[in-house]
Design a binder for this molecule. Structure first.
Ligand code: PMP
Length: 336
């Protein structure tokens, strides 16, 4: 028998997919971990489980309690699934700029969804601070605090990192992904560096984030002025990211991200969201940095259906001055 225990037992152990067309053009093994195959549909199921387990183990979260979180959506979806499976209530504070599909998904799951205007972190009305206040005011509740609670990073140190190490038979040369909370990159990066100190750990950033410059020069300086990607990029260094060894970084513009999303769809058969497109474009960039013959791993963080009305809507893309590449056109190395 090969049976997992409940919803949470189905989290993790995702396939590592060799991207054939991109491996061919780079001369490297470009491998992408299919995190959209987690039962809640994204990489954030792993963090959600770890945050809830920590709250339970510390005694903060008790039977019938409420989990409150500020999230761009995917962590909220993971939390809402687990809350249903374990009998907790779930309150999600989400910037109203996030996709309608993610909000609908959260409501479908029975979470209480509170969309609020998107304002910078320094503003007390930012979704992260609002979530904390709601938890403070709600009896028998916890604030999951995914940005600064390192139980998030631990999920990836304990599961995603070891899975990548085993699935590549200890041959991984480089790992790259974008960060929102930083939990994924920090947890995987720390684990892989522990196994092999010369593995290259790299951060991929969208336009409108300070993290690429922070990695490259130690400065909290913005690159570019914004992005259509959701859940990635940041204006500050979170506790999850702090103290993590990161070797290099790259900023990927939105048109390259869109080109890669459509390349993955038409030439690899994968329907994924924008942060996945950005991650894979960044993996192709890292292949150029490390040279042929290397094994480079990244993540496919969530499914494209979560962005049908945006990333897969020509009118919406045009309103952002982005174009859908012709179906026959393949991603070219010169793009990057
Ligand atoms: N991609 C997507 C689609 C996400 O929702 C998130 C989480 N906000 C990330 C990437 C980044 O993951 P992390 O928070 O672990 O940095």
């Amino acid at each position: 028998m090969n049976i997992v225990e409940g919803f949470t037992g189905a989290i993790g152990n995702t396939p590592l997919i060799k991207l054939e067309t991109l491996s061919e053009i780079t001369g490297c093994n470009i491998l992408a971990k299919a995190e959209f195959m987690n039962p809640g549909g994204s990489v954030k199921d792993r963090a959600a489980l770890s945050l809830i387990q920590q709250a339970e183990n510390s005694g903060q979260l008790k039977s019938g309690g409420t989990v409150v979180e500020g999230t761009a959506g995917n962590t909220g979806i993971g939390l809402a699934h687990i809350c249903n499976a374990r009998g907790y209530k779930c309150v999600i504070v989400i910037p109203e700029t996030q996709s309608q599909e993610k909000m609908d998904n959260l409501r479908l799951l029975g979470a209480e969804v509170r969309p609020i205007p998107a304002v910078p972190f320094k503003n007390p009305e930012n979704y992260v601070h609002v979530a904390k206040r709601i938890a403070d005011e709600t009896e028998n509740s916890v604030w999951a605090n995914q940005f600064d609670n390192t139980a998030n990073r631990d999920a990836h140190f304990d599961t995603t990192g070891p899975e990548i190490w085993q699935q590549t038979d200890a041959t991984v040369d480089g790992f790259i992904c974008a960060t929102g909370t930083g939990g994924t990159l920090a947890g995987i990066g720390r684990y892989l560096k522990q196994q092999r100190p010369d593995v290259c750990i790299a951060l991929a950033d969208p336009s409108g984030s300070v993290l690429a410059q922070w990695v490259l020069n130690g400065e909290l300086k913005l690159t570019g002025d914004g992005s259509i990607t959701e859940g990635i990029g940041n204006g500050r260094v979170t506790a999850n990211l702090q103290g993590t060894e990161i070797d290099t970084a790259v900023t990927i513009g939105d048109q390259i991200t869109v080109d890669m999303v459509y390349h993955l769809l038409y030439h690899e058969g994968l329907l994924v969201g924008a942060s996945s497109g950005l991650n894979v474009a960044a993996a192709v960039w890292l292949a150029g940095q490390l040279g042929p013959g290397k094994t480079i791993v990244t993540l496919l963080t969530d499914h494209g259906s979560r962005y049908q009305s945006r990333l897969f809507n020509q009118q919406w893309l045009e309103s952002k001055n982005l174009v859908i590449p012709a179906r026959a056109r393949r991603f070219e190395l010169e793009n990057i």
